[in-house]
Design a protein around this ligand. Structure first.
Ligand code: SF4
Length: 126
């Protein structure tokens, strides 16, 4: 399974390589509209995956920041803890597993879903 996305900005490295252990990148994502929990989770996924996917950030433990029009939400590196990582891996397994995930249809969820009723008879419309 490939997880693909791209943050808006990662602060560049500074200082000599010896200081890399102490260097803490910050991953920024800029959003329009009101603050949502999913924005924070998205940045936390970047914080977890960037050190694994990008050699320039290997061995670092990034901080995060969601930037809105007129405000920002800082995310400490500690937010990406073992519980978060286990939940991420659990849901990767749900998505990539051989069994289809449970459907939990609701007017709110189905409204934002592109799957047509022909493919999902449980779809709630209207
Ligand atoms: S249309 Fe089907 S798959 Fe999409 S959110 Fe609704 S129940 Fe889930």
């Amino acid at each position: 399974m490939v997880v693909a996305d791209k943050p808006d900005l990662i602060t560049p490295p500074d200082g000599p390589p010896a200081a890399l252990r102490l260097w803490r990148p910050t991953i920024y994502d800029v959003k329009t509209g009101r603050a949502r929990c999913s924005d924070r989770i998205q940045v936390m996924l970047y914080m977890h995956l960037a050190p694994q996917a990008l050699p320039a950030y290997a061995g670092t433990r990034p901080a995060g920041c969601v930037v809105y029009n007129g405000s920002k939400v800082d995310i400490l590196p500690q937010a990406v803890d073992q519980k978060f990582i286990e939940a991420f891996e659990y849901f990767l397994g749900v998505i990539a597993g051989p069994e289809p995930a449970w459907k939990v249809p609701s007017r709110h969820e189905c409204r934002f879903c592109d799957i047509a009723r022909t493919e999902c008879p449980e779809r709630i419309e209207g």
